[in-house]
Design a protein around this ligand. Structure first.
Ligand SMILES: *Cc1c(COP(=O)(O)O)cnc(C)c1O
Length: 396
């Protein structure tokens, strides 16, 4: 039986050729390809500055550090996200303050942010979960009102768009103070591993460039190209968060592919939406009128209490359809068992329900219409066969 995987990166000879060119050039770590990828990515999202790093987790660390998050500070964010979101706050010695997501959606509920703000709040870290833009207009307004910077975890959102003051703009312009992207193979644009920070703030960008390369005052590329001997200095503590030139070369090809990848996914998502009308008890994800998602993941919700998530997923797997459960909740993991690691503001009921009641269906650009039809048929059948054991309602 042919398996339909949950995701699949789009890579071919073009990426191979790009890497080959870099390998044979003799310059393989952060250099001219990284610089070119940064300027092309900046142009694509409409950002003034883009700084490439090793992954989105390191991007989040640097973004939070740049906006001033330090030991003892608090950062308002979600528990309902990949664990790297909350972990990055802890790398700064700060405490993530978890607020719930919107009912029926997957993004932070802006109406719950202000209640979580205290005199120690140094940032709001919002996530464009599954590629779907969060309500930035409201979140950025709250940040401005309280003079708190906004960092966007845009890990999944390469190419997603938001209606901003009447114009469609790419996520990462950025609309907050800094946006952080991931190029892991589960996202649309992949470099194997990789990340990008975008900002309009030249000082932040200079910090990112310093910190990603050990805090070294001169880059390898500048020293290499200099006619004069240069002795570098290390003005502050830095890290090795560099992207390699081989990764950047792949990224440049992937960036060229991105619009067509998004168009393919939006077509497939529309097929899913229509197909799901024939699957009782399962609700498709919805896109607000002010957002255009890249559909990094297509996450459906079991709204019939009788349907068991694990059983539906197992039946799909048995029939050759790979799925994943809804997004995790950091506060439920052993790494967050110690109460000192985080605070919870209010209830996280929507976050927990999304984890327990949602299923991510296969979605990737190479999927065919027939694949989507197969997934829909198998899902319908799995739901029909998998009612949770429940007392039979008394006949009326
Ligand atoms: C994937 C992901 C990350 C981590 O990205 P890496 O590049 O793997 O470090 C962070 N946040 C969210 C929301 C993600 O989906």
């Amino acid at each position: 039986m042919a398996m339909i995987p949950v995701a699949k990166p789009m890579l071919d000879e073009r990426e191979v050729e790009a890497v080959r060119r870099v390998v044979l050039s003799g310059w393989v770590t952060q250099g001219p390809e990284v610089a070119a990828f940064e300027s092309e990515f900046a142009a694509f999202v409409g950002a003034e500055h883009a700084c490439a790093v090793s992954n989105c987790t390191t991007a989040l660390h640097l973004a939070l550090k740049a906006v001033g998050v330090g030991p003892g500070d608090e950062v308002v964010t979600v528990s309902h996200s990949f664990i790297a979101t909350a972990n990055a706050v802890r790398y700064c010695g700060a405490v993530p303050v978890f607020v719930d997501i919107e009912e029926g959606g997957f993004n932070i509920d802006p109406a719950r942010i202000e209640a979580a703000i205290t005199p120690r709040t140094m940032a709001i870290l919002c996530v464009h979960q599954l590629g779907m833009p969060c309500d930035l207009e409201t979140i950025v307004a709250i940040g401005k009102k309280h003079s708190i910077p906004v960092v966007e975890d845009a890990a999944c959102a390469s190419g997603s768009e938001i209606l901003w003051q009447g114009n469609w703009e790419k996520i990462g312009k950025p609309h907050g103070d800094v946006a952080c992207f991931s190029f892991h193979p589960r996202k649309l644009l992949t470099t194997g591993d990789g990340g990008m920070l975008t900002t309009a703030n030249a000082e932040y960008d200079a910090k990112f460039r310093l910190w990603r390369q050990h805090g070294m005052s001169v880059t390898d590329a500048v020293r290499h190209g200099s006619k004069q001997v240069i002795f570098e200095r290390y003005p502050e503590l830095g890290y090795n968060y560099r992207m390699t030139d081989m990764q950047a070369a792949i990224g440049r090809i992937q960036l060229e592919r991105l619009p067509e990848l998004i168009a393919a996914r939006r077509r497939l998502a529309e097929l899913y939406r229509r197909g799901l009308e024939t699957v009782p008890g399962v609700e498709p994800p919805s896109e607000p009128s002010w957002a255009r998602t890249n559909w990094q993941s297509y996450c459906v919700r079991l709204i019939d209490d009788g349907l068991d998530q694990l059983e539906v997923m197992q039946r799909l797997l048995d029939r050759g359809v790979s799925t994943r459960r809804g997004i995790m909740n950091s506060h439920r993991e052993p790494a967050y068992a110690d109460a000192s690691t985080h605070h919870v503001s209010g209830s996280l009921a929507n976050s927990e329900a999304a984890q327990e009641r949602c299923i991510i269906l296969p979605l990737f650009a190479q999927m065919t219409e027939a694949d989507v039809a197969t997934v829909i048929d198998e899902l319908r059948e799995a739901c029909r066969l998998s009612p949770r054991q429940r007392p039979v309602a008394a006949a009326e």
